[in-house]
Design a protein around this ligand. Structure first.
Ligand code: ZN
Ligand code: ZN
Length: 162
């Protein structure tokens, strides 16, 4: 995103950008199947203030059975990026001299904070058999199921709710 023109405007000037990406990799660990939203960029005395709601869908794997699934994500950006870049700050915290802004690190950071602790394809996913690796949602390999201690099971469901 080229924001060079905004950098040469006086403080208070702002511009809206409509984002619409079909599929986007925002980091090694995060693939989105779409990203959209409206971002407002405002020139301030210190740099650029970026705000706006963004919606996306993350491509994850079920924690238990590894089936790919899509998880909806929504964030509200409100971020000041310094311009000119300040020494000692991370590159993702400033607008580069070129005026070409790469928002992916920022977006990635926000979305990762909103990621579920456990991604499940469905709440009662049976997972994979610990013996043969078969998907227990689809096969019944007849390996004995290891019974969970009820206290452990209760703790487990508590953890999954948070
Ligand atoms: Zn699953
Ligand atoms: Zn099995």
């Amino acid at each position: 995103m080229n924001v060079g023109f905004l950098l040469h405007q006086g403080a208070g000037t702002s511009q809206e950008f409509e984002l619409e990406f079909p599929a986007l990799q925002v980091g090694d660990d995060l693939d989105l199947s779409f990203l959209r939203g409206v971002m407002r960029l405002t020139r301030t005395g210190e740099g650029l203030y970026i705000e706006g709601p963004l919606e996306a869908e993350a491509e994850l794997d079920c924690d238990r059975c590894l089936t790919p699934l899509k998880h909806p994500l929504a964030i509200e950006l409100g971020e000041l990026l310094y311009y000119p870049p300040r020494p000692g700050f991370d590159a993702s915290e400033s607008v580069p001299e070129t005026g070409i802004l790469d928002l992916r690190p920022l977006i990635r950071e926000h979305f990762l904070l909103n990621m579920p602790m456990h991604a499940l394809c469905r709440s009662d996913c049976k997972g994979l058999c610990t013996e043969c690796g078969g998907d227990l949602n689809e096969t019944n390999c007849e390996h004995p199921e290891t019974e969970l201690d009820p206290r452990v099971a209760a703790l487990k469901s508590l953890l999954q709710e948070s």
